[in-house]
Design a protein around this ligand. Structure first.
Ligand code: KG4
Length: 333
């Protein structure tokens, strides 16, 4: 089956064509340059830019795949979670395309896309697995038992991990999106110099909280400034990254142990972080767990994962009504 996937949940406009689970094209235009001067995504600007980009992206995806719209057998678009204005652009465009071209349509939960993005990579896991999804909008742990069954085991009680990276970057004067910048600085820093707190929460809790570590970094920077000592940005980034990575890794391993699962999969923009991947690989090796991470281009937002997830949603439950609307919070249980 030929599937056209469309993604516009935040600040990337993306389109992809898949033949079942094989990628024929996967294109994306990022709005980073527009939002960087504001230190974060401006929703109104994001929607306007999606409007300009959505049609050219679909044309590019079809052309790169060597296909016409008439060849497409299913259209899949991100329905939520995300910024409502951004989602509405991609979702309404896709519904209109489905209506005029009489191609079946499915709405896809963005989180399901991240949970399944590992199947776009060369090394594919078997079900069941524990999925840690860490992005700018959310941080959550799921038990995935099939392409369509995901059980939420834990989620952040405040900031998402990516949001914490972005806010720390802003505080330190690094450009948006902050995650890759913090990671770049951290590569030259010593993670042992500053001990930032790890929020383990209640015993056995699989929830996260990143607001404490964010405040601890702010307090550290303020203390340095009061004492007129220039803050060591590289050490701060390395110590912050270590605190976040340690909690993400240990809670995900705990989820695997609590549910008697031997496979861990990561997804979402923060899972592109090399220190996080290294720590996972090392801890999973000692714990005798299998660890899978998608290639970095499939960690961040992309339309290939939406097309893939749409394909499985369609095979499982058929098309969705064009009357259905977008939503801002994930509907995965
Ligand atoms: O999944 P994604 O592309 O978009 C959504 O939020 O849905 O994730 C973007 C987030 C941003 O917060 C960005 O700073 C973070 O992922 N990120 C990283 C890295 N690359 C992207 N965070 C830490 N280390 C990275 N290498």
């Amino acid at each position: 089956m030929l599937i056209l996937g469309i993604e516009s949940s935040c600040d990337d406009t993306a389109a992809a064509v898949l033949e079942d689970n094989v990628i024929l094209s996967n294109v994306l235009t990022s709005q980073d340059q527009i939002h960087t001067k504001f230190g974060g995504v401006v929703p109104e600007l994001a929607s306007r830019k999606h409007l300009q980009a959505i049609h050219p992206m679909v044309v590019a995806a079809l052309s790169e795949a060597g296909k016409q719209l008439a060849d497409i057998q299913l259209i899949a678009a991100t329905r939520g979670p995300g910024l409502i204005g951004s989602l509405l652009v991609g979702y309404s465009y896709s519904k209109a395309l489905s209506y005029v071209s009489k191609i079946p349509f499915v709405g896809v939960d963005h989180m399901a896309g991240h949970i399944l993005s590992i199947f776009l990579s060369r090394n594919k896991p078997s079900f069941p697995y524990i999925a840690l999804i860490v992005s700018g909008g959310t941080s959550a742990i799921y038990l995935a038992t099939s392409y369509n069954d995901f059980q939420l085991l834990g989620r952040t009680r405040d900031d998402a991990a990516g949001e914490a990276f972005d806010k720390i970057a802003k505080l330190l004067g690094l450009p948006y999106p902050g995650g890759p910048q913090v990671a770049r600085m951290a590569a030259n820093g010593d993670p042992q110099t500053i001990h930032f707190p790890r929020a383990w929460l209640d015993a056995n809790s699989l929830d996260f909280s990143f607001s404490g570590v964010k405040t601890a970094v702010l307090n550290h920077v303020n203390r340095c400034r009061q004492q007129e000592i220039p803050p060591n940005i590289e050490d701060i980034c390395a110590s912050f990254q270590e605190a976040v990575a340690e909690v993400l890794v240990e809670k995900t391993i705990s989820a695997a142990r609590q549910n008697h699962i031997n496979t861990i999969v990561v997804g979402g923009g923060v899972s592109a972080n090399l220190r996080l991947r290294d720590l996972f690989a090392a801890r999973c090796a000692t714990e005798d767990l299998l660890f899978y991470a998608p290639e970095p281009i499939y960690c961040t937002d992309n339309a290939a994962m939406i097309a893939l997830s749409g394909y499985h949603t369609y095979n499982h439950s058929g098309p969705i009504s064009l009357d259905e609307d977008v939503y801002s919070r994930s509907q995965l249980g």
